[in-house]
Design a protein. Structure first.
Length: 399
């Protein structure tokens, strides 16, 4: 659909559902089309640049990093206690050998991601109740909870009330309590998403809308946030967005107060009959996608630069433009991936062993040679930089 027509006739996409006990529930796009078009263009432009970058060279590394970062982000939002390094370690453990609950939480999210990727690559995939239930099963499997029923829709018994949210994030909200109402609304959300898809509404709009209404329905006792973010990511993945749909969890974590508050902001705006009640959440999502894609683009550029640097220094050694000592120096800097104070480098045991029987003149000549070849840089603060990075101000080799 031409860009100018993507967000037209949104009023016809409103769907009202009358439930047995919860009352009427209204699904609507609820955005300001003119304001959203610019945000859409920015995200699409960023995505076009990103997929045109040399992803194939670094795909495996980028995939590993995104999964770890995303699992850490979405898990932390919901109270997970593992650090990012601990998350990486947990994901490397054989699932059959996991005994700690926190490790299990992380691994469960990873298995939900695996399901999401497999579903999104299927040409006939469509959001369904069974998909939502299976995501929940994977997210909550073997996790202790008073109402641990993976894949079971919430049905509050008499006298037990579920609330979501808190005063710090816009107030508490009472979602539907009756199981039949929850099922009705979940099925209605899935059908409404199908209508939005048929109408040509971009996935960048559909995904946050489904995320928003899913959380308002709150269909399970536990795990709703994690499930909602996987659903959102799957819709984006199915539309051709790569890496960013999962990586978006870090944006939500970094902006966690606004993320939580916007669910209530949009809900209250709809209840009060305000125009475009969902605009704030969709705009927030789009800005998150733009920032996330740009960050991924920077990471790809950095990874490719490292690969080129590795090739360059290896070739320089093979061509005898640098010696084994110089190769060791640049390899150590490459391993660190960041600038190091020159004094720190010279005090390192590995460096001392290189020049144990060499003169200071040899040491200076080796460093000068690396700098002249631009394999390392020295800045004005006497920090040594690997050649794939460059400081704002470089001290000339003769200095």
């Amino acid at each position: 659909m031409p860009p100018a027509g993507r967000l037209r006739d949104l009023d016809r996409l409103i769907h009202r559902v009358d439930t047995d006990r919860f009352g009427p529930f209204v699904f609507q796009v609820g955005v300001e089309p003119a304001q959203l078009e610019l945000l859409l263009h920015r995200v699409e432009d960023a995505h076009a640049r990103f997929i045109a970058s040399p992803l194939a060279q670094v795909a495996n590394q980028l995939e590993r990093e995104v999964v770890v970062s995303s699992v850490f982000g979405t898990n932390t939002i919901e109270g997970g206690t593992l650090s990012e390094d601990e998350t990486a370690s947990a994901l490397a453990v054989d699932p059959a050998e996991v005994t700690e609950i926190e490790q299990r939480r992380a691994l469960n999210i990873k298995t939900a991601y695996d399901l999401s990727r497999a579903a999104a690559t299927s040409p006939d995939w469509a959001l369904s109740r069974e998909f939502v239930l299976e995501v929940h099963r994977r997210i909550t499997r073997d996790i202790p909870h008073p109402d641990s029923h993976p894949g079971w829709i919430r049905d509050n018994p008499k006298g037990r009330v579920t609330h979501v949210g808190n005063r710090d994030h816009g107030g508490r909200y009472k979602p539907p309590q009756y199981g039949k109402d929850v099922e009705t609304l979940l099925d209605a959300l899935i059908a409404w998403h199908g209508t939005l898809t048929q109408a040509g509404l971009p996935a960048l709009i559909r995904a946050p809308l489904v995320h928003l209404y899913y959380e308002l329905i709150h269909p399970f006792w536990d795990g709703n946030g994690r499930v909602g973010r996987v659903i959102e990511a799957t819709i984006l993945l199915a539309a051709g967005h790569r890496y960013a749909p999962f990586a978006l969890a870090r944006y939500y974590l970094a902006n966690i107060d606004r993320y939580f508050t916007l669910f209530n902001t949009c809900r209250k705006a709809a209840e009060n009959g305000q125009p475009a009640p969902n605009h704030a959440f969709v705009a927030f999502h789009l800005e998150g996608m733009r920032q996330t894609i740009n960050a991924l683009q920077d990471r790809v550029n950095r990874l490719v630069a490292v690969l080129l640097y590795e090739s360059t220094i290896r070739r320089a050694l093979d061509d005898k433009r640098i010696n084994a000592r110089q190769y060791t120096i640049v390899s150590q800097l490459l391993d660190k991936g960041r600038p190091l104070p020159l004094d720190e480098v010279r005090q390192a045991p590995w460096y001392s062993s290189l020049y144990l029987k060499r003169s200071d003149k040899t040491r200076q000549r080796d460093l000068r040679g690396l700098r002249e070849l631009a394999l390392v840089y020295l800045d004005t603060e006497n920090r040594l930089w690997p050649g794939f990075l460059q400081p704002a101000i470089v001290k000339p080799p003769a200095g």
